[in-house]
Design a protein around this ligand. Sequence first.
Ligand SMILES: Nc1ncnc2c1ncn2[C@@H]1O[C@H](COP(=O)(O)OP(=O)(O)O)[C@@H](O)[C@H]1O
Ligand SMILES: N[C@@H](CCC(=O)OP(=O)(O)O)C(=O)O
Length: 364
Amino acid sequence: MNFNRAVIKVGSALIAPDKDGCSDKYIAAISHFINQCQKQGKEIILVSSGSVAAGRSLIHHGSPELSGATRKAMASVGQMQMMANWQRFFSIPCSQILITQEDFTNRERFISIKHTIKIQLANGILPIVNENDTVADKQATVGDNDNLAALVAQVCEADALFILSDIEGVFTKDPKVNADAVLVPEIAEITDEIYAMAGVTRSHLATGGMKTKIQAAEKAVEHGINTYIVNGTRSEVFESLLAGVNPGTRFIANKNISSRKHWLKHSLKSQGKIILDAGAVNAILNKGASLLPKGVKSAESPFKPGDSVDLIDERNNKIIAKGISLYSQHDLQRIMGQHSDSIDSILGHDQGDAVVHRDDMVIL
Ligand SMILES: Nc1ncnc2c1ncn2[C@@H]1O[C@H](COP(=O)(O)OP(=O)(O)O)[C@@H](O)[C@H]1O
Ligand SMILES: N[C@@H](CCC(=O)OP(=O)(O)O)C(=O)O
């Protein structure tokens, strides 16, 4: 495959195929692939799942359904085992990077991750990333390592993302329960029909199934990153990849969204909602306009200036865009419906004519 810097995401099923502790079974071939890529001068960042599966046997538990607290405890001890297992296969040093959703949302932390990875790559180190499961609560978690890998690929400006799973790629339906499912080799556009093909995972240790892989691909391709879902249980898959042949599903990259808008769309969690009248919706969608107070009907959920907000069409309740509000919910409630010229006289201060500037807005 033609790439210079890739993120390789390895699912739990490959780290701990017996669902209980780490195994060499698939890691040996994956590590060999990484070594081969590095020999060709390519840079690799690994996103590894498997801490929960690796630590499972070390934490007492009852049913296969694990509570959040039990998973966290397993992840914390399993992370050590998983990292030690990876390091056995590399002569170069591995580094551990544990991150949560907030680290992508906060621009300074985002830049800090970027610099760390850049310096490590320049020093011949293999960065291995996982979600910081022990500290991440539901609010602060990315939630699955497919989406995490897409965010990491964005942070480190990778040009390829490989999602290694226990399945060949995206099938027309879940092949584990549908014998007539057919592999889709190439996806140029991620539509509702593509999402409709995706089922959930059957594993108690994995997260997301095919749906989160498609979400990850959507994030990555918008950032110009070619994305592949391939079967990491088969060593011949890596031979194909090294020979430039697609052995699974390839999502074709496009590059018409800026890095800032990508960050806005995929990394920031919305704090509030701004409900718009039909005129504002039309101006935003068809004229590329900023949102002015005149077109605001209401502002919901407390938000501060600088917070991300959903912009919602009052007629059908649909989110049409996402952006950074220059005004708090409290101030917006006072200026909504008014002409921008009167902002200063109503509030006693003025952050500019627009509530959400078009440069800080992404259409959904
Ligand atoms: N349309 C589909 N195509 C392929 N796999 C699917 C599809 N729908 C659901 N799946 C399931 O997704 C699983 C892979 O996701 P998951 O178990 O989360 O793996 P990982 O641990 O690699 O992230 C497959 O084993 C398969 O059962
Ligand atoms: N952070 C968790 C992995 C969560 C996850 O997304 O798992 P998977 O679906 O196997 O990629 C762990 O290390 O166990």
